[in-house]
Write a protein that binds this ligand. Structure first.
Ligand code: UD1
Ligand code: UDP
Length: 364
């Protein structure tokens, strides 16, 4: 059984579901959504043509961490009792991830953690994701680490080396299916004559003052660089929307739009000039499409992007964001220096590797 609940988990689990479903002799795959995200993940399932078997529908407007944790625990239990899966696969670091792993642990169902071993070792950043991924690591029986660095973290934590696997990140499998040379979109037509800045922002620890500084910097960048336009497909969290509306509306070169489907978003990434984000997954995808990512955070669990040179962690200070973006827009050499590295996050075959390993595990 695979359980997930948010947009990024869906984007990264769908390639694995498709790979496992190809292996009809070996696997009978059950897909369960927690519904932590009620809207943003459904287009992902449509794109990959996956129909879930269960949807626990836990989402509430402005839900708290307690709401999600408790509802997933309560509602997933009966599904696990009914399906009795050989293994439950969870992904990443959301509250869905942790609560689902805990629900399986309470029933002594083995847990496999996909995208395991990412760490900042700072419980406040990202919050609560660092707790979720460490706690899931404690609950998991099998750890599918995307990179050697992530696997080493798990080994340092004394996980059984026989149960830690380096697989690559399944997001690279996903992005291999989405980008099209002939892709068109009215928003990209609008931005065609510009240096396009693509923005995402949603982290809980950035809500409030950090996000105000981030958006204020972005407005100044666009103001001071007439060659730029900015597109921000805005997260559905009303707390994010309220701040974005304060800082980024009423500007003829800034478009706030609804979240894009993953197919569209990947194509926007491949056409933009730079990416400004506080996201986890965009660090991996930026590396794949070789677009400079200015990471508006103080920590990252994905240092590989920094080492490859495609990600620059600029923090959430207004001046730091403004000057890093201005430099990239003005200095071609600085720009080119961020686009040349390899992609440390995978080769497009992570799902195949994970499915191969699952085949061995379930055959034992
Ligand atoms: C969650 C994850 C975060 C992940 C992010 C991906 C946790 C604690 N956080 O954060 O790790 O990076 O998803 O986007 O697990 N909303 C909707 N419709 C949707 C989705 C969200 O209306 O489809 C609104 C709701 O009002 C909801 C709010 O957004 O209450 C926040 O959603 P939530 O899942 O709690 O937090 P995210 O910030 O999305
Ligand atoms: N994404 C998307 N549409 C958008 C913005 C992002 O499909 O409008 C995708 C993006 O390609 C990436 C994922 O959502 O795979 C990132 O999600 P998010 O930043 O919300 O979460 P995080 O990765 O930080 O957990």
């Amino acid at each position: 059984m695979m359980v997930f609940g948010t947009r990024p988990e869906a984007i990264k689990m769908c390639p694995l579901i498709l790979e496992c479903r190809k292996r009809t002799e070996q696997f009978d795959v059950v897909v369960c959504l927690t519904g932590q995200h009620a809207h943003m993940l459904l287009p992902v399932l449509d794109y990959f043509q996956i129909k879930p078997d269960y949807n626990l529908e836990v989402m509430k407007e402005e839900q708290t961490l307690t709401d999600v944790t408790v509802e997933v625990l309560l509602r997933l239990g009966p599904v696990l009792d009914q399906e009795k899966p050989d293994i439950l696969l969870v992904h990443g670091d959301t509250t869905t991830t942790f609560s689902s792993a805990l629900a399986a642990f309470y029933r002594q169902i083995p847990v496999g953690h996909v995208e395991a071993g990412l760490r900042t070792y700072d419980m406040t950043s990202p919050y609560p994701e660092e707790f979720n991924r460490q706690a899931t690591g404690i609950l998991a029986d099998y750890h599918f680490a995307p990179t050697k660095w992530a696997a080493q973290n798990l080994l340092n934590e004394k996980k059984d080396p026989a149960r830690v696997f380096v697989t690559g990140n399944t997001v690279i499998d996903a992005i291999g299916t989405t980008i099209r040379k002939d892709y068109r979109h009215p928003e990209l037509d609008w931005a065609a004559d510009s240096a396009l800045i693509l923005i995402t922002a949603h982290r809980r620890e950035n809500l409030g003052e950090p996000m105000k500084r981030m958006f204020s910097a972005i407005r100044r960048i666009v103001d001071d660089h007439p060659e730029t336009k900015a597109i921000y497909p805005i997260h559905m969290n009303p707390k994010v929307r309220r701040i974005a509306e304060m800082y980024l509306t009423n500007h003829e070169r800034i478009h706030l739009i609804e979240p894009l489907d993953v197919f569209d978003f990947h194509n926007f990434m491949s056409r933009c000039r730079i990416i400004l984000t506080d996201s986890g997954g965009l660090q991996e995808e930026g590396s794949a499409v070789k677009k400079p990512v200015l990471l508006m955070r103080d920590t990252t669990e994905r240092p590989e992007g920094l080492e490859a040179g495609v990600v620059d962690m600029v923090g959430t200070g207004e001046e730091a964001i403004y000057s890093a973006a201005s430099r990239l827009l003005r200095e071609e050499a600085a720009y080119q220096a961020m686009t040349g590295g390899g992609n440390p996050f995978g080769d497009g075959f992570a799902s195949v590797r994970i499915a191969d390993i699952l085949q061995q595990i379930t055959a034992d």
